[in-house]
Design a protein around this ligand. Structure first.
Ligand code: NAD
Length: 503
């Protein structure tokens, strides 16, 4: 991987991107009227980045009113071409301010710049580019039907924007996951009110600057910061003028939002948690399987919804696989985002660090063999207040152990041997979740056979996190409701009317 030029720049502590977050309502930045808020803390060293205002009912009301008004304003009257041209400008605007987005994202999350520069920020721009292409090529169905009088009738479908969309987004890939919703929502003519994660407010705020710079009409893109329950998140998802709610986050939070969405029967699109399995067969290319599993278990410090926390390895290669995975994980150096040698960043917060360390302790209590890790790595004084945990590998846990059944969302995985393909499939599917799976085999027949059996929204064969944005994305079982991506996003972000014309 080539070194991004930013990696040779000033340390984050001297960054110009440090600042207070702000709501972005009707084209204006505001601190709101509640006077409430919190300090935004950098996960790398515990330093204060700035202040985040907490929005209340008044801020949510104002943002939703602005979004509703914009539907009737210039935005609602634009042709598809005018609208998508503007969104292509948004993508170009993110590219122009690439460095600012990169700094903001790395400050908020602590993730290595090498990761954010190759994935988070480019995908932020790509989400706008891709959905402008989709919006320009929408076709709708048409059915001719016979009638008793012989004249016939013609049915055709019209698609119109759903209206005001509430976007509730998480902290692990803040810009990427937020624009994954905002891109299609706007391309298809809706307006949005975004409630970013309380942990990562900066890139959503910065995107407001880009929206103004490219001349997006006021009220089309709004941001209200706040917490979830009894705060901006709940107020927004209960708001009667919101026409649809798209949410990425924990399954438990999805349950709460579903209850809130029941007021007024608002549709939801959910991308939720996972407990993803990798199946490594003895006929795999071991180098590729180890490299792919290392990425899927430890990238972004294990805070990737699609990441692997359960690894099932065919017995003949079990010992070799574990030894090589251990060697790879041991080489991941924790450090500052801007340091090119950094292989792993911190967890997002002290609270999450406590949660992950509690799972590390539980694994030992429940009989795990700790192959490596299991604690907090020694860090230099200037990083001692960061939320560091060691990459951790276990073997020997029972299939019903907490660390094998519950989503941890940290840099850890349990590796267990299997003897037959049927057993591997059964183990992989033995979870309430159904987000992703990875299958490692050089047998074409096995690859297709096993992929077909996986109860997941996305199954990778001999790869991981390889994403074509035109494909359907989402989770089966408790990992989601609905699919987004490419034309699949039409399902949630537009409403169909059938017109029946009697001839
Ligand atoms: P979270 O559910 O704690 O929070 C997500 C968002 O929901 C935040 O903005 C939060 O403020 C808001 N929220 C919380 N309670 C709310 C309520 N009652 N009403 C309205 N909003 C509320 O998730 P997180 O910790 O930010 O993210 C990690 C989780 O997200 C993991 O479970 C991970 O698997 C999941 N995730 C899933 C996908 C996917 O595509 N399936 C992608 C990324 C993350």
């Amino acid at each position: 991987m080539s070194v991004h030029p930013l990696l040779e720049r000033r340390p984050l502590s001297q960054s110009s991107a440090r600042r207070d977050a702000a709501h972005f309502i009707d084209g204006e930045f505001t601190q709101g009227a509640t006077g409430m808020g919190w300090d935004n803390i950098c996960p790398v060293d515990g330093s204060r980045i700035g202040r985040v205002p907490e929005g209340g009912r008044a801020e949510v009301d104002a943002a939703v009113a602005a979004a509703a008004a914009a539907l009737d304003g210039p935005w609602g009257r634009m042709t598809v071409t005018e609208r998508t041209d503007l969104l292509a400008e948004v993508a170009a605007g993110i590219d122009r301010r690439f460095d600012d987005f990169l700094e903001a994202e790395c400050l908020d999350t602590g993730k290595p710049m090498s990761l954010a520069a190759h994935i988070d920020i480019p995908r932020g721009a790509a989400n706008f580019k891709m959905f402008t292409d989709v919006a320009k090529t929408i076709a709708t169905e048409c059915f001719q039907m016979p009638t008793p009088d012989g004249a016939g009738a013609l049915n055709y479908a019209l698609r119109r924007p759903r209206g005001v969309i509430a976007v509730i987004s998480p902290w692990n890939l803040p810009l990427l996951l937020m624009t994954w919703k905002v891109g299609p929502a706007l391309a298809l003519g809706n307006t949005v009110v975004v409630k970013p994660s309380e942990e990562t407010p900066l890139t959503a705020t910065l995107l407001g600057e880009v929206m103004n710079a490219v001349g997006l009409p006021r009220g089309v893109y709004n941001v209200v910061h706040g917490l979830g329950p009894q705060s901006a998140g709940e107020f927004l998802t209960q708001h009667p003028r919101v026409n649809g709610i798209t949410f990425t986050g924990e399954t438990r939070t999805g349950e709460a939002i579903m209850r809130q969405a029941a007021h007024g029967i608002r549709p939801v699109s959910f991308e939720l948690g996972g407990k993803n399995a990798a199946l490594v067969f003895a006929d795999c290319d071991l180098d590729k399987a180890v490299e792919g599993t290392l990425r899927s278990a430890f990238s972004n410090c294990g805070q990737v919804c699609l990441g692997t926390e359960r690894v099932y390895v065919e017995r003949p290669i079990f010992d070799a696989f574990v030894a090589r995975l251990k060697a790879g994980a041991a080489a991941l150096r924790p450090g500052r985002p801007e340091d090119p040698a950094t292989g792993i960043g911190p967890l997002i917060s002290k609270e999450h660090q406590d949660k992950v360390l509690a799972y590390y302790a539980r694994a030992v209590e429940q009989g795990a063999t700790v192959v490596m890790g299991g604690g907090v790595p020694p860090m230099p004084d200037d990083l001692a207040n960061g939320n560091w945990v060691e990459p951790t590998i276990w073997t020997g846990l029972a299939d019903d152990a907490d660390c094998v059944t519950q989503e941890i969302f940290g840099p850890c995985c349990h590796v267990r041997p299997f003897d037959t393909e049927e057993e591997a499939v059964r183990l992989a599917n033995a979870t309430p979740y159904g987000l992703a799976a990875a299958v490692w085999t050089e047998s074409l027949a096995r690859a297709h056979r096993v992929a077909e059996c996986m109860e997941v929204g996305i199954c990778w064969v001999n790869s991981w996190f390889l994403r074509d944005l035109r494909t359907a994305f989402g989770g089966a079982k408790a990992s989601g409701i609905g699919r987004e991506g490419g034309v699949h996003s039409l399902e949630f972000y537009t409403e169909i009317s059938n017109v029946c014309v009697k001839l």
